[in-house]
Write a protein that binds this ligand. Structure first.
Ligand SMILES: Nc1ncnc2c1ncn2[C@@H]1O[C@H](COP(=O)(O)OP(=O)(O)OP(=O)(O)O)[C@@H](O)[C@H]1O
Ligand SMILES: [Mg+2]
Length: 303
C-alpha cells in the first residue's frame, strides 16, 4: 500500500451565507437567550469544518467553546458528547473558578464526570434515588453547570455527529434547551441528514426543539463551481486549468471531502497527464454503508 501525503489544513472556502447565519445565532446568545442550531448535510460536505470555523471566531471574541461529539464506536458511554465537552472544561478550568461553579451540584455531576472528584478531591456522596429521579436530577445539574459557566463568558457548545448520539444525550440536549432557555448558551450541533430517517430519537428531538421554537437547522449544499476551483487552488498551490477544475467539480459533486480524496489520489501520480485519470466519486450511499468509518476524515473533531 502506498502512503498518502496529508493535504494541508485549509482556510474555509465559500459558506459565507451559512457562516453569517451561524454567527448571528451566536451573537443572539450573548444577549442571554439559549439557541440551538443544527448543521445538516451529507457525509463530507463540511459540517465539522463549519463548526470549527464558528468556534474559532467565538474564541477570538472572548467566548468559551466546549467541544463534544457522538461516536459510532461500540461501548461508548451514554451522554458522550456532553462528557467530552464538560470533561474538557473540568480538566482545564482553574480550580478557584470551577469550585464555586459546581457547588452544590458536584456530587450529582460526579456520577458521570469522574474528573470532578479527581480535581476537587473527595465529594460528599448524594442520596440514592430511583433511576428516573436520578436522571432528572442529573439533567438539571448539567443544565445548571452549563448556564453557570456561561455567566462569565458566552458559551458555545459544539455537539458533532449527532446522528450517532444515544437517546440519553438527545434527551439531555432537549432538557437543557428547555430549562436553561435564559442563558448565554449557544448549542451548535451537526448530523448527517441522510441518517435522519433511521434515527428516531434524533428525529424526535428535532421535532421537540422545533416545537419550542429553539431550533434552526441549516442544511449544507454542495460547494459551488467557483468554490471548488478556489479549494483546488489552495490545495494544489496553483490554480487548476479550467477543464480539470470542471471535471473535479463534477466528479466530487461539490463535496469537499471527495474533492480532497480525488486530489490526494491524483497527487500520487506525479506525471501531469496521469491526472486525467481521476478516480470516480463513490455515490453517497456507498460512502456510508458499510465503509463510512474508514472514510471519515480523521482530524474532524477538536479535543
Ligand atoms: N468550506 C470548506 N473549505 C475548505 N475545506 C473544507 C470545507 N468544507 C469542508 N472542507 C474539508 O473537507 C473535509 C470534510 O469536511 P468535514 O469533515 O467538515 O465534513 P463533514 O460534513 O463533517 O463529514 P462527516 O459527516 O463525515 O463528519 C475536511 O478535510 C474539511 O477540512
Ligand atoms: Mg463531521
Amino acid at each position: 500500500m502506498t502512503e498518502e501525503r496529508p493535504l494541508p489544513e485549509q482556510v474555509l472556502v465559500g459558506r459565507q451565507r451559512e457562516l453569517t447565519a451561524l454567527w448571528s445565532r451566536f451573537e443572539q446568545t450573548t444577549a442571554g437567550r439559549l439557541h440551538v442550531t443544527l448543521v445538516a448535510g451529507e457525509p463530507g460536505i463540511g459540517k465539522t469544518r463549519l463548526l470549527h470555523e464558528v468556534a474559532g471566531r467565538a474564541e477570538q471574541v472572548g467566548g468559551l467553546v466546549l467541544r463534544g461529539g457522538a461516536s459510532e464506536a461500540e461501548g461508548m458511554p451514554p451522554y458522550l458528547p456532553f462528557l467530552e465537552a464538560l470533561g474538557g472544561y473540568i480538566r482545564t478550568a482553574p480550580l478557584e473558578q470551577l469550585r464555586p461553579q459546581v457547588d452544590p451540584i458536584a456530587p450529582i455531576l460526579a456520577t458521570i464526570l469522574p474528573e470532578l472528584p479527581r480535581h476537587l478531591g473527595e465529594l460528599t456522596s448524594s442520596y440514592p434515588l430511583p433511576p428516573e429521579q436520578a436522571r432528572l436530577r442529573l439533567y438539571e445539574a448539567v443544565g445548571l453547570f452549563l448556564s453557570t459557566i456561561a455567566v462569565s463568558r458566552p458559551l458555545l457548545l459544539l455537539l458533532d455527529d449527532l446522528h450517532w448520539a444515544d437517546t440519553a444525550t438527545l434527551d439531555l440536549l432537549c432538557h437543557v434547551a428547555q430549562h436553561q432557555a435564559v442563558s448565554r448558551l449557544c448549542i451548535l450541533g451537526a448530523y448527517r441528514s441522510d441518517e435522519l430517517a433511521s434515527r428516531p430519537a434524533l428525529e424526535r428531538s428535532i421535532l421537540n426543539l422545533t416545537r419550542n421554537r429553539q431550533l434552526i437547522t441549516l442544511t449544507l449544499q454542495p460547494l459551488h463551481e467557483a468554490d471548488v476551483a478556489e479549494l483546488i487552488t489552495r490545495l494544489l498551490g496553483v490554480p487548476p486549468d479550467y477543464l480539470l477544475s470542471q471535471r473535479l467539480w463534477k466528479e466530487s459533486e461539490g463535496n469537499p471531502f471527495f474533492l480532497e480524496e480525488l486530489l490526494r489520489r491524483a497527487d500520487h501520480d506525479s506525471e501531469p497527464r496521469e491526472r486525467q485519470s481521476l478516480p470516480t466519486r463513490k455515490p453517497a450511499r456507498q460512502y456510508q454503508q458499510p465503509h463510512a468509518p474508514a472514510l471519515r476524515p480523521s482530524a474532524s473533531r477538536g479535543a
